[in-house]
Design a protein around this ligand. Structure first.
Ligand SMILES: [Fe+2]
Ligand SMILES: [Fe+2]
Length: 240
């Protein structure tokens, strides 16, 4: 048994919450740390059919090699600002551009790769839902978070909005994860066919990046931001 400072009983999501760089390791070994990260590391490894000691070794080396990004968030406002600039703004640029590429590749290659048609439909739905979702977070939830953090009293409607929004956003995150899983499955884990042209390769590469970045984005909301909001609400005595 490898001696490790990290306990295999720790929850996957809390490990990433503490050390964001662990997300890279979990992506590489295929462990879900965002929507399904609410289980002990040992069980997650068992489910994924991988050796828990190997994963612990990789986590330990990641821990010594990287400076953790999450050290930089001193408040919920800083975190929401970070989410907007690092994730939402990037999605606003990337989703329409990637959608155009998906249409182009599907049009040219779907005779040889009929699975591209379903991947295209999934992507169109995904892009539409994600763009609505990020605007709703920015317009409806984040302003209330700033108000709450400044100690300003919330109206009943705002209190109710927090509760409903968080629940709705978590459901959206799961739906997004399911669509990304389906796209990964349809493309055989973004495997590049031998006949693929540069556009096809670029599409697969960008879809894979989108999946990885979305896992990180969702983790920051589901496992860091939303619990922080709930805890601040509890501290300020607002009933949810
Ligand atoms: Fe977001
Ligand atoms: Fe979100």
């Amino acid at each position: 048994m490898t001696k490790s400072k990290i306990s295999p009983n720790r929850q996957v999501s809390s490990l990433v919450e503490e050390t964001l760089a662990f997300a890279h390791v979990f992506e590489e070994v295929g462990i879900d740390y965002c929507c399904g990260g609410d289980i002990p590391l040992e069980s997650a490894c068992e489910e994924a059919g991988i050796d828990v000691d190997d994963v612990l070794d990789r986590l330990e080396s990641e821990q010594t090699e990287t400076k953790d990004e999450s050290d930089g968030w001193n408040s919920m406002s800083e975190l929401t600002d970070h989410i907007v600039t690092a994730h939402h703004d990037r999605l606003r640029d990337e989703l329409p551009a990637l959608e155009a590429l998906v249409h182009k590749v599907t049009e040219v290659h779907s005779d040889d790769h009929p699975e591209l048609q379903e991947a295209e439909s999934e992507f169109v739905e995904l892009a539409d839902e994600m763009q609505t979702h990020i605007s709703e977070e920015e317009d409806e939830l984040f302003p209330i978070v700033r108000k709450l953090e400044r100690g300003m009293p919330l109206s009943d409607i705002e209190t109710e909005t927090i509760e409903n929004e968080i629940e709705g956003f978590e459901d959206d995150h799961q739906e997004t994860a399911d669509r990304l899983d389906r796209i990964a499955e349809l493309t055989d884990g973004y495997a590049v066919p031998s006949s693929a042209c540069a556009s096809y390769r670029s599409m697969l590469d960008r879809l894979e990046s989108l999946e990885r970045e979305t896992h990180l984005h969702v983790h920051k909301e589901n496992n860091v931001l939303f619990p922080a909001i709930e805890s601040l609400v509890a501290k300020t005595g607002v009933e949810l």
